[in-house]
Design a protein around this ligand. Structure first.
Ligand SMILES: Nc1ncnc2c1ncn2[C@@H]1O[C@H](COP(=O)(O)OP(=O)(O)OP(=O)(O)O)[C@@H](O)[C@H]1O
Ligand code: SF4
Ligand SMILES: [Mg+2]
Length: 377
């Protein structure tokens, strides 16, 4: 390694330490004044509002701006799909919401996540004390993970595991009521022979059944918001479709909002009310599912929609958009999609495109739709 590179790495490490210490110090404070995190909702119909959220990783080679100014809302009782290629920042957005970003390298450096609690208080989740967050997590906001085996405990029966969460949230329920509710939840998620499955251990179930159990578990606390991060990616295509059907049914039965995270636009077509498309840490397009499917505007969204998954075969890379996402460290100042965009024109070499509202909340970040650049392309 050259002397120059060594010096550069040393400089990065010094700057990282300074930044990380700053954020850790803020996090570790005791007795945070509620005025720091009690906020107002922009719209009372939303259950959650992400506002200019920024989550960075301070790595040895530089800063990864994993979530770089993300803003979107999840209305009450609606399903919002967060889509985009691997590494675009979907999971980090979710981990930020749950306050599970791994420090000290990962830090929330800006923005707000406004959430209306069951008691009606509006909190900025990025700033509340961790002890407060622990109460909300798994209580008002629940999660369905990609790989249920890692979330289910192999040494306890399915019945015990679901019952435990029900008990935790319903202290006044009798043992009999808890068992009845557990069986009821297993039935709701489409498990026939629920009595039998109640007594089974996770390894005795198929992948699809385990995912159903996870969904039952996520419902056991009557959540206001369910986050499903790639809930079907580990399953084969037929089971995937069944789980998505189940989630769609549930969406209509329970009054919870759902944040569905997926790299596959195809899987959300029938389920989402709204779609948010992310690219390299930023939102490039958002709108109703109808807007996105029937009238996609951003060249990236159009590319995503054109790429079709391979039937009956799980492949890591489903997209046929050529080229690669730019290096997350040292992102350019201009549109991040430019190197892969067939529509780019002079203006795309300039600043990062502004967000253009096409009406009714359909927003796109692309110079093609900038009113002032008409005639240039
Ligand atoms: N702990 C970490 N340290 C450094 N960089 C990280 C860390 N976790 C995530 N990143 C980076 O943040 C960016 C966003 O990652 P994220 O996991 O949110 O992607 P994703 O959209 O969920 O992708 P996938 O579809 O593969 O799950 C990526 O560039 C990733 O490399
Ligand atoms: S701003 Fe330009 S380069 Fe970026 S997506 Fe739009 S047309 Fe393509
Ligand atoms: Mg992910």
């Amino acid at each position: 390694m050259s002397k120059e590179s060594r010096e550069k790495l040393k400089q990065i490490s010094k700057e990282n330490k300074k930044a990380v210490n700053h954020y850790e110090k803020i996090k570790k404070r005791k007795n945070i004044d509620p005025s720091e995190y009690i906020v107002d909702m922009k719209d009372k119909n939303n259950v959650i509002e992400f506002d200019n959220l920024k989550t960075y990783f301070y790595t040895d080679v530089g800063i990864v701006k994993a979530v770089n100014g993300v803003s979107f809302d999840i209305p009450k009782g609606k399903t919002v799909a967060l889509v985009g290629e691997s590494g675009c920042g979907k999971s980090v957005t979710n981990l930020t919401l749950m306050r599970l970003v791994q420090g000290p390298s990962g830090q929330i450096v800006g923005g707000e996540i406004r959430y209306r609690t069951e008691s009606g208080e509006v909190l900025d989740l990025t700033k509340i004390p961790m002890s407060y967050m622990e109460k909300i997590r798994g209580n008002e906001i629940s999660m369905i993970f990609q790989e249920p085996m890692t979330s289910l405990n192999p040494v306890f029966t399915i019945g015990d595991q679901i019952s435990e969460t029900i008990e935790l949230h319903n202290k006044d329920m009798s043992k009999k009521q808890i068992k009845e509710r557990t069986i009821e939840l297993l039935t709701i998620v489409g498990i026939s022979r629920a009595d039998e499955i109640y007594k089974s251990y996770p390894h005795q179930l198929s992948g699809g059944m385990r995912q159903r159990v996870m969904i039952a578990m996520s419902l056991s606390c009557n959540p206001k918001l369910i986050i499903a991060d790639e809930p079907t990616t580990a399953l084969d295509v037929t089971i995937q479709a069944q789980i998505l059907d189940l989630m769609r049914d549930l969406k209509n039965q329970i009054n919870a909002s759902i944040l569905l995270i997926t790299h596959d636009l195809g899987v959300v077509a029938e389920m989402a009310d709204y779609v948010v498309v992310m690219y390299a840490g930023k939102i490039v397009e958002q709108g109703t599912a109808m807007d996105i499917y029937n009238s996609p505007k951003h060249p990236y969204t159009i590319g995503l929609l054109k790429s079709k998954p391979v039937v009956n075969k799980y492949t890591e890379r489903l997209y046929s958009i050529s080229g690669q996402v730019p290096n997350p460290i040292n992102m350019p100042n201009y549109c991040y999609f430019k190197s892969r965009c067939e529509k780019s024109f002079d203006k795309c070499n300039g600043d990062y495109p502004s967000l253009n509202d096409l009406g009714d909340g359909h927003k796109v970040s692309c110079w093609l739709y900038d009113k002032d650049s008409k005639g240039e392309r």
